[in-house]
Design a protein around this ligand. Structure first.
Ligand SMILES: C[S@@+](CC[C@H](N)C(=O)[O-])C[C@H]1O[C@@H](n2cnc3c(N)ncnc32)[C@H](O)[C@@H]1O
Length: 241
């Protein structure tokens, strides 16, 4: 290992890297001098301030969109035809902190998709979000969640580590690569297909199944190609009563 490799790695982990959504020179300078945590807190605070405006916006889109398909935590994967929700600064249709109750009426949505966002919440927050999805979906409507598959990482760590090295190459040690999945990028919980489907069933969804990337009952596959290698998905239906 190079002498500075661990130092560079830790600095990158702390979010002082200059990469992110390209938004011009000002944003790049801001990124250089602020941590990921500082920027996320500022975005979350702005999202809270805009709540009354966002609620009206959500009511407006809910009244006009047919079908009403919700994409939670859209980030850079903006989906046309969906209502994309994320915090301020992420180019979404509706700015919303997903730890709060969703700004949609009971039994109003025709489908929900959420990819690589659940792991940003503590487990109880994720359970709350799935319950909210169940509340706003129409009976018979489909819910699809995708997460980084922590199970895949630990199996590879305990095995020949080939997949681990291919998914997160060049880390100072294999353990640090595994740890990133739950401790870096603002992640706060660990998931695999079994846990995801258990939480969906706990929220009241039925016919819950673990799915690979791209295997979906949605008419058009919403999964992001960039998430293909490391993710596991689960889909369930809100019962018709
Ligand atoms: C890893 S990105 C995934 C983005 C996109 N779904 C994808 O797969 O490329 C996680 C997303 O969750 C969003 N997020 C994190 N905490 C959130 C919160 N409390 N409320 C709403 N969105 C949040 C982030 O802003 C970010 O866009």
């Amino acid at each position: 290992m190079q002498r500075n490799e661990m130092h560079d790695y830790v600095e990158e982990l702390q979010g002082f890297g200059t990469h992110g959504i390209p938004r011009g020179r000002g944003a790049a300078v801001l990124r250089r001098f602020t941590s990921h945590g500082m920027r996320e807190n500022a975005k979350l605070r702005s999202t809270k301030l805009l709540r009354p405006w966002s609620r009206r916006r959500a009511e407006k889109v809910a009244a006009s969109k047919r079908p009403l398909l919700l994409h939670l935590g859209s980030g850079t994967h903006y989906l046309d035809g969906w209502v994309n929700l994320d915090i301020v600064g992420m180019g979404a249709d509706v700015y919303w902190d997903l730890r709060d109750p969703l700004p949609f009426a009971d039994n109003s949505a025709d489908g929900i998709f959420c990819e690589h966002t659940l792991e940003h919440f503590v487990l109880v927050g994720g359970i709350g979000l799935l319950s909210e999805c169940h509340r706003v979906l129409k009976p018979g409507a489909l819910c699809r969640f995708g997460v980084p598959d922590f199970g895949k990482y630990i199996l590879s760590y305990a095995g020949d580590r080939t997949e681990l090295e291919s998914l997160r190459p060049g880390r100072p040690t294999p353990l640090l690569a595994v740890a990133e999945v739950v401790l870096a990028h603002g992640h706060r919980s660990a998931w695999d297909g079994e846990t995801l489907s258990a939480v969906m069933e706990n929220a009241g969804f039925v016919d819950v199944g673990v799915k690979p990337w791209g295997d979906t009952a949605f008419a058009s596959n919403p999964d992001s190609i960039s998430r293909r290698a490391e993710s596991v998905y689960a889909e369930g239906i809100k019962p018709r009563r």
